[in-house]
Design a protein around this ligand. Structure first.
Ligand code: NAD
Length: 276
């Protein structure tokens, strides 16, 4: 992947946060865009901003958990632009709650969006990316795909799974000689609506959880996150950590092995409102 001018890039969850910032940075870099979201109002706002930058844009409501719709969407994007070079599987949701107080459906919902959404997007677009001769898959995991914390088991499971899936894909593309780069993204706390959009187990204080995230954890702007991600795509990096917090936490986890659990859990318990 040399640059972005003339490339066709697909961004899911483009109606807010990192997805919107990615769409804007890609537009600034000369890419053509296929943007989608379940939030049509947020998506329309992104579409307007991207168009104002002069980018060609196709904008569609797409729920990443709907596999058949995703497969049809991939063909429609390829037909519309004549090719597809990149997919940013970015759409995601968060949920707080200890395992004891979480329902099966809560955990399944997070897996459906955050993991199966990524699998659906990757599988739907991979044939088109290969056919382009210059493709890239960018899957958004999290620092929570590098280590676990109490109260985030569903999100941790999905983000670890995204990492496992994407790291295997990268090796497969290399071994098969496919012209497709693959990057796993691990953001730390990014200033987006993720915590405000999140759900929580019954009885937990959602607003307090969101306020704590916004005040104490969200550090990097979405625009900066997008710049870091696009730089990693240009360099075809296997893994990119977004934010100083992500870098420090990654080092701590690698230095301590499973010992990080003893270090992190009391800190998380002090920082976060109750998650049980
Ligand atoms: N904000 C952070 O601190 C942070 C940290 C690590 C990873 N991430 C990841 O970054 C990605 C983007 O999150 P964000 O922080 O920009 O959050 P956000 O809530 O601002 O944006 C997420 C977007 O995804 C959309 N979405 C949700 N469910 C969807 C579905 N089923 N189909 C299509 N679109 C859907 C939402 O409508 C929203 O527009 C997510 O995968 C998230 O897990 C965020």
């Amino acid at each position: 992947m040399q640059g972005f001018a003339g490339k066709v890039a697909v961004v899911t969850g483009a109606g807010s946060g990192i997805g919107r910032a990615l769409a804007i940075e890609l537009a600034r870099s000369g890419a053509k865009l296929a943007i989608s979201d379940v939030d049509v109002d947020g998506l329309a706002e992104t579409e307007q901003q991207v168009k104002a930058l002069g980018a060609a844009v196709k904008s569609d409501r797409l729920d990443v958990t709907e596999r058949e719709a995703f497969l049809a969407y991939a063909d429609a994007v390829a037909e519309h632009f004549g090719k597809v070079n990149q997919i940013y599987n970015n759409a995601g949701i968060a949920f707080s709650g200890d395992i004891e107080v979480s329902q099966f459906k809560d955990i399944e919902r997070v897996m459906d969006v955050d993991y199966w959404g990524v699998v659906n997007g990757t599988k739907a677009f991979l044939p088109h990316l290969i056919a382009s001769g210059d493709g890239h898959v960018v899957n958004i995991s999290s620092v929570f795909g590098l280590f676990s914390v109490p109260g985030q088991a569903a999100y941790n499971s999905a983000k670890f799974a995204v990492r496992g899936f994407t790291e295997a894909l990268r090796q497969e593309m290399i071994l098969a000689g496919r012209p497709v780069g693959v990057t796993t993204v691990h953001p730390g706390g990014i200033k987006t609506a993720i915590a405000r959009n999140a759900t929580a187990a019954e009885g937990l204080d959602r607003d307090e959880l969101a306020r704590t995230f916004d005040k104490q954890m969200a550090r990097t702007s979405p625009q900066r996150a997008a710049e870091i991600i696009l730089d990693a795509v240009r360099k075809n990096k296997a893994r990119v950590l977004v934010g100083g917090d992500a870098k420090v936490l990654d080092i701590l986890v690698r230095l301590t092995g499973s010992g990080y659990q003893q270090l992190f859990s009391p800190v998380m318990r002090r920082m976060l409102p109750p998650t049980r």
